[in-house]
Design a protein around this ligand. Structure first.
Ligand SMILES: Cc1cc2nc3c(=O)[nH]c(=O)nc-3n(C[C@H](O)[C@H](O)[C@H](O)COP(=O)(O)O)c2cc1C
Length: 364
């Protein structure tokens, strides 16, 4: 994919905003994808959406992930990004398993409709000018309705520049273990374009193992880097053949936490909202460190930067990086049945655009 190291920060709604991307990118190279952007909101110039596609000056190349179900709207969004120089790369989301998205035929439900998928990809590629268009998908809806091999071939035919596979079905949500063998099968099915493997990379050595086991051309890292931007340094080292791994002390972690929160304040403008948004990161940053329950709670309920800084100052700054931190973090767990529009599975070749699938969506 022309990027070294062959590493992508997975788009994560509510997480991969500019402040977090900047901290990750400082650690090592790769592509650092923004939060999912709804195509309709983008073309309608929704003010919140326009704020979400802002990049820091230091960010290059800039990657936007789009979510859309209507080929026309996706095409217009791609054209807008190209003409207004909003990004250098467009990724399309066909992996979101959130019920309010799949219930309307979007995200991970969409590749089941082969014609519609093809039309969306065609519209994106045709309108993106010289910008590369990639797609990110799951294995399928469930084990009885796998779509990734068909979707991969369609993407290759439509001129998509790379395909990322999160090796779970929508039904699996974030549960169980990602099935890396599917990444190998996709690579065999579309040898002509880069395949990026995704799912359950918790440390740099997992990434090397995924490449070795599947033959994928690069890796996409999501939850493993929550509270851990240093993972991108480890990944750069690992792909360069170095065994060196970042082992920040709790003091260094505290400094990173402060910078992350400060970045959010700048990005959100309103300190109170930014500090509230930072709360979800606290547990991830402190994972494995010995920190008393009361101080943890104070940090995770701070209402201002000053309160947060005061709590961070009380951490034991000399405490070394704890062992056993290369384990799962973030969302987990399976869902019951995948919610789909009525009759969705009846006809994989029906190309109709689902109604109202772009309202009220926020990643996943
Ligand atoms: C909080 C959260 C938000 C996510 N938002 C998106 C999203 O907006 N677009 C997308 O394609 N995937 C999204 N994902 C899925 C991740 O990009 C990734 O595919 C998934 O977490 C599996 O990779 P991992 O095992 O490295 O975490 C999200 C995941 C999490 C945990």
């Amino acid at each position: 994919m022309g990027v070294w190291p062959p590493v992508v920060l997975a788009p994560m709604a509510g997480i991969t905003n500019a402040p977090f991307r900047v901290l990750c990118r400082e650690q090592g190279g790769g592509l650092f994808v923004c939060e999912m952007i709804t195509t309709r909101a983008l073309v309608e110039r929704n003010p919140k959406t326009l704020r979400m596609v802002r990049f820091a000056e230091s960010e290059s190349p800039r990657s936007i992930q789009l979510y859309g179900v209507d080929p026309d709207t996706v095409g217009r969004a791609a054209r807008m990004i190209a003409e207004e120089d909003l990004a250098d790369h467009i990724d399309l989301n066909f992996g979101c398993p959130v019920p309010k998205v799949t219930r309307r035929g979007g995200g991970s439900a969409l590749p089941y409709k082969r014609h519609l998928l093809r039309r969306i990809l065609r519209a994106a590629v045709a309108n993106a000018g010289s910008l590369p268009v990639t797609m990110k998908m799951r294995k399928g809806i469930d084990d009885d309705h796998l779509t990734y091999l068909d979707a991969g071939r369609i993407a290759a035919e439509e001129g998509v520049a790379a395909i990322a596979l999160h090796a779970r079905t929508a039904k699996q949500h974030y549960g169980g273990v990602a099935d890396w063998s599917a990444i190998a099968r996709l690579k065999e099915a579309v040898p002509e374009i880069p395949v990026l493997g995704n799912g359950d990379i918790w440390c740099a050595d997992d990434a090397l193992r995924m490449v070795a086991e599947t033959g994928c051309d690069g890796v996409v890292v999501g939850r493993g880097c929550l509270g851990r931007p240093w993972l991108f340094r480890d990944l750069a080292n690992a792909f360069d053949g170095s065994a060196e791994r970042a082992r920040p002390t709790l003091g260094e972690v505290a400094a990173m936490m402060a910078r992350h929160a400060e970045g959010l304040v700048e990005c959100f403008d309103v300190e109170r909202y930014a500090v509230a948004d930072f709360r979800k990161h606290v547990g991830w940053y402190l994972k494995g460190f010995a920190v008393g329950g009361e101080l943890r709670r104070e940090l995770a309920s701070a209402e201002s930067l000053d309160q947060l800084r005061e709590g961070l100052a009380r951490l034991d700054h000399d405490q070394p990086w704890p062992p056993n931190t290369d384990t799962p973090r973030g969302k987990s767990g399976e869902r019951g049945k995948v919610q789909l529009p009525d009759g969705w599975l009846d006809d994989p070749w029906d190309g109709a655009v689902p109604d109202d699938a772009e309202s009220d969506t926020s990643g996943g």
